[in-house]
Design a binder for this molecule. Structure first.
Ligand code: SF4
Length: 242
């Protein structure tokens, strides 16, 4: 698989399992181009893509993308305290771009008794094998304020499949109060149970996260959604590899 970084033990900072000890396998590459992406090193490899990102920074693909076998990844996870943590997060980038190889990786980690959570933007249909193999999916559909065009970012047929599974939570990154209307439309159209939905403020430092939560909490409660913080950002701001 094409890997960006493997690290841990750390704290899952977002979503329904926030606060739990885990380690991370961050896969390389993404099919979206969110202007506020907090892992731009997984895809901002050309001047054109750097222009689309708020930071304007371009990354060296050869330095950021590493080809690793499943055995090497499992070994590295174990070296990162795999036996101490309660689960391993496979994140990205967009992990489902490599979903054919994800199933044997999940099986490899399962043999080592490490449950696996997958993070995805919900644009790529998961195979039945993948749905079956992973223990949990954090689905984070990207709204118009991410800078992606709807035909790239919104795939209701995929969101419906996750919504009907019993192992997915939905996490929407919110940029402004106006984003709530788009969340409502997706939740309704894709029949996503509201108790499976969390909203989370966009932000790469602690002040922005706290301010966003204070602005959005009441709106989330009115609509019946939960709220996610970004614990790793509150603790470490935008430091990588934690
Ligand atoms: S989907 Fe995730 S990894 Fe891809 S550009 Fe958006 S925030 Fe970044």
């Amino acid at each position: 698989l094409k890997v960006n970084e493997i690290f841990g033990p750390t704290i899952q900072g977002e979503g329904f399992h926030a606060g739990r000890l885990c380690n991370f396998v961050r896969l390389s590459r993404c099919n979206l181009q969110c202007r506020w992406c907090d892992t731009p090193q997984t895809w901002v490899w050309t001047p054109a893509k750097a222009e689309r990102h708020l930071s304007g920074v371009m990354y060296e693909r050869s330095a950021e993308e590493h080809e690793m076998s499943i055995g090497e990844i499992v070994q590295k996870v174990m070296d990162c305290g795999g036996f101490q943590v309660s689960f391993c997060v496979i994140s990205g980038g967009e992990p489902l771009l490599q979903q054919v190889d994800l199933v044997p990786l999940i099986k490899g980690l399962s043999y080592a008794d490490v449950p696996v959570h997958i993070e995805t933007a919900g644009t790529i249909m998961p195979s039945e094998l993948l749905l079956d193999a992973a223990d949990f999916f954090t689905v984070s559909p990207k709204l118009g304020s991410s800078g992606n065009v709807p035909r790239a970012a919104y795939h209701p047929e995929v969101l419906r499949v996750f919504a009907q599974s019993d192992k997915a939570g939905f996490k929407y990154v919110i940029n402004s109060l106006a984003d709530f209307d788009e969340v409502d439309k997706q939740v309704y159209a894709c029949q996503i149970p509201k108790h499976m939905v969390q909203v989370m403020p966009q932000g790469t430092n602690a002040d922005a996260i706290v301010a966003g939560m204070q602005v959005y909490a009441q709106e989330a409660l009115l609509r019946g959604y939960g709220m996610s913080s970004r614990l790793h950002t509150l603790i470490w701001n935008d430091k990588r590899g934690v």
